[in-house]
Design a protein around this ligand. Structure first.
Ligand SMILES: Cc1cc2nc3c(=O)[nH]c(=O)nc-3n(C[C@H](O)[C@H](O)[C@H](O)COP(=O)(O)OP(=O)(O)OC[C@H]3O[C@@H](n4cnc5c(N)ncnc54)[C@H](O)[C@@H]3O)c2cc1C
Length: 421
């Protein structure tokens, strides 16, 4: 019996690796564009409890609106309307307006996957990519760890920051950069923490950065960042007992205002921990008929609050390029030209702002407190620029003089730093 998976339609066949955020959304847009996608997900089955929470920004929600699923997502989350920054004594340092939806990552993944399946996309679980072969005819073969393989006209790696697709098609590409920060997060409920009314509170603690928001039914979503110069072993960090990890956080925040310790102490469920990485600029995002999108191409630090939205923007832009341009590699080149400057600017912005979270002494704390209103002004401008980016599905992508542009793009309110013009 052959162990090869065959896809049986005459349309162009797309192999999508990864069913996180970019994968199912790309699949839905490709279906609209008349291309036949199959998603190969490495997890043995859906795990909708995985991960913690994220803030989905307006620009990402706008992509989901084009698919008619924005309301579904918003109904599962809570709006964040502003971020209030405080010092370790709870002195208010400034406020940053927000227009984002805070929701559990597992719920977002579930809705995207279910919507893709409802629209006729096949999702295969337990298909962990091992490597990609590009044939002399410029088609793609995906080989999986279970010994099976799949062939397609092209392949898109949506397999996240530690992308196997990237390592396979670009063995010399740079690896993710460790940012010297550990990201931590959890959920709890505890008495004495007032409802937030859409406000997320963030504190520059003496040894760590702490943020929380109270959502429906009094549940508290919280996160914490602490510095660690040497990259930890991810498996060892994962294996640390919850009680030990909780105590470590309590020690770090012993000089900081309440309810920080109260929130940490009351968290009985598993406290998540992730070393923070981003991606250095890749020389290219595609190799022949295999392309990267989302975190696989350009992961940004979580503090940007834009990684998921960038993955969603990528999905719609790539599908448009594949719909409108006559050749796959031309479509990949156009996609890269349309997206690279915008996402890489965000990656660098996030790295700069991450460096302001490091612990401080009394003098540097004082300087930071004075300078923060200025940084918040810059932050508000950057956020506005990120949020206002819109992609119109109906606009055609054209190719001229070796560079991509979107026809009638002038009609758009704010095309962002790189819309190919
Ligand atoms: C702690 C933390 C907090 C964050 N907070 C935010 C936030 O508030 N707002 C925001 O916009 N972004 C946030 N992000 C970033 C955001 O999570 C990512 O940018 C986003 O998930 C990228 O989507 P993706 O589809 O490219 O990759 P992913 O969501 O990582 O999906 C990759 C998928 O590929 C699968 N996969 C991996 N390897 C293989 C393989 N070999 N074969 C087959 N399948 C494979 C994985 O199982 C997964 O399903 C945060 C990230 C972290 C770590």
């Amino acid at each position: 019996m052959s162990n090869e998976i065959t896809l049986g339609t005459p349309e162009r066949r797309a192999l999508i690796v990864g069913c996180g955020i970019a994968g199912p959304v790309l699949a839905m847009f490709l279906k609209r564009a008349g291309i036949y996608p199959v998603i190969y997900e490495g997890q043995p089955e859906p795990n909708d409890e995985a991960g913690f929470f994220l803030n989905l920004a307006l620009n990402g929600l706008d992509v989901l609106d084009t698919l008619g699923i924005k309301e579904d997502i918003e109904s599962l989350g809570t709006p964040t309307t502003s971020i209030v920054f405080q010092n370790h004594r709870a002195r208010r340092l400034g406020i940053l307006p927000q227009t984002t939806t805070l929701l559990k990552r597992g719920l977002l993944n579930k809705v995207l996957r279910e919507q893709a399946i409802r629209r006729g996309v096949t999702v295969e679980f337990g298909k962990r990519l091992k490597d990609v072969e590009i044939t002399p005819q410029r088609t793609a073969i995906a080989r999986f760890e279970d010994g099976t393989e799949a062939r397609g006209d092209f392949l898109v790696g949506c397999d996240g920051i530690h992308s196997r697709t990237r390592r396979s098609i670009m063995p010399d590409a740079p690896e993710p950069r460790y940012a010297g920060l550990i990201d931590t997060g959890g959920f709890t409920t505890t008495a004495g923490v007032s409802p937030s009314g859409g406000v997320m509170r963030m504190t520059f603690g003496t040894e760590g950065f702490f943020g929380y928001q109270v959502v429906a039914f009094g549940e508290i979503f919280w996160f914490q960042n602490s510095t660690q110069a040497i990259e930890p072993d991810r498996k060892k960090l994962e294996a640390m007992a919850n009680d030990q990890y909780r105590q470590r956080l309590l020690d770090m925040h012993r000089h900081d205002h309440e309810p920080i310790a109260k929130i940490i102490r009351s968290t009985e469920s598993r406290i998540g921990r992730w070393p923070s990485y981003d991606m250095p600029s890749l020389p290219a995002w595609y190799e022949g008929p295999a392309c990267l999108i989302g975190d696989a191409a350009h992961a940004t630090l979580p503090s940007a609050g834009q990684g998921a939205s960038m993955a969603l923007e990528d999905a719609i832009v790539l599908a448009k390029c594949l719909r409108d341009l006559p050749d796959t590699e031309m479509a990949f080149a156009a996609f890269e030209a349309l997206r690279k400057d915008r996402v890489e600017e965000l990656v660098e912005q996030a790295r700069r702002s991450g460096s302001r979270k490091v612990p401080t002494n009394a003098l540097t704390r004082g300087i930071r407190d004075l300078a923060l209103p200025f940084f918040l002004k810059v932050g508000a401008k950057n956020a506005e620029r990120a949020y206002s980016y819109r992609v119109d599905w109906d606009e055609k992508v054209a190719w001229s003089a070796g560079t991509a542009r979107e026809e009638s793009a002038d009609a758009r309110p704010d095309p962002g730093p790189n819309c190919g013009r």
